[in-house]
Ligand binder design. Structure first.
Ligand code: HPA
Length: 267
């Protein structure tokens, strides 16, 4: 596995003379961030040896290298979800490659269903903790070169980056919610009782991504900032659809972009 990560990283370095400082996983709602990146290089996933290839509707598949908010970033346009059938190791493969390329912080975004009844559709929720209900990506042989067998998870999302987000949001007049993200395998949205269960155990929003990548990042000691767009009011008992998730995600794009760029400028 380590060899495959190295093969990918070596290939990328051979093609791209650019040392990124921050990795960004562009989930739903952050797609438009690409338009703000001063792009230096792009690499389609299918060109990179050992890299998985994205399949899901609404997610392209390439690495974008460039400047954003004055920082050197590598952005993943298109991520790998457990529900697509990828092995857990493949889901987090790009995060490990980005770490090998030298990133020092990871930003992740996603869309989620609001469980906290004080949330409204369109709200941005800073992820302060998560409950991972996807089989743990670190099950199996531990790669000591990447991190310890039993990684600490006391600060899954960086408190410093959360505080920075709060400052930037206040400055720009962006409303933020804070909460716990419940990561599920999908692809089904939840039943009413499942949403109720997530609420009881302390969840504020539910989604089908992010926790695997965050676990892999924390395993390697990478600080993480996570942000979620509440795209459907899961607690309302109404139907959830992919179209609604995409539509609400698109609406929040401007605020998400302003927040992320503002944070990068101040890092
Ligand atoms: N549940 C799971 N994943 C989601 C949801 C949801 O309600 N909304 C967007 N992604």
């Amino acid at each position: 596995m380590i060899e495959r990560i190295k093969t990918s990283a070596d290939y990328i370095r051979s093609k791209v003379d650019f040392q990124p400082e921050v990795g960004i996983i562009l989930g739903t709602g952050l797609g438009g961030l690409v338009n703000h990146i001063d792009i230096k290089h792009t690499l389609p996933y299918d060109e990179i040896p050992s890299f998985p290839v994205s399949t899901v509707e609404g997610h392209a598949g390439r690495l974008i290298f460039g400047l954003l908010g004055g920082k050197k970033v590598v952005a993943m346009q298109g991520r790998f979800h457990y529900y697509e059938g990828y092995a857990p190791e493949q889901v987090v493969f790009p995060v490990r490659v980005m770490k090998m390329l030298g990133i020092e912080n990871l930003f992740v975004s996603n869309a989620s269903g609001g469980i906290n009844s004080s949330f409204r559709v369109g709200d941005l929720m800073v992820i302060t903790d998560h409950i991972n209900l996807i089989p743990n990506v670190l099950i199996g042989k531990n790669y000591n070169e990447l991190g310890p067998r039993f990684p600490d998870m006391s600060e899954p999302y960086s408190k410093a980056l959360t505080a920075l987000a709060t400052d930037v949001a206040a400055e720009k007049g962006i409303k933020l919610q804070y909460g716990c993200y419940v990561g599920t395998t999908g692809p089904t949205f939840e039943t009413p009782k499942e949403y109720g269960y997530f609420k009881v155990i302390g969840g504020d929003a539910a989604g089908m991504s992010t926790t695997p990548e965050v676990i892999a990042a924390r395993h390697m000691g990478l600080p993480v900032f996570g942000i979620s767009i509440i795209t459907n009011a899961a607690f309302s008992g109404q139907k959830s659809t992919h179209e609604e998730v995409q539509r609400e995600g698109a609406k929040a794009e401007k605020r998400m972009t302003a927040l992320i760029v503002g944070m990068l400028e101040r890092m």
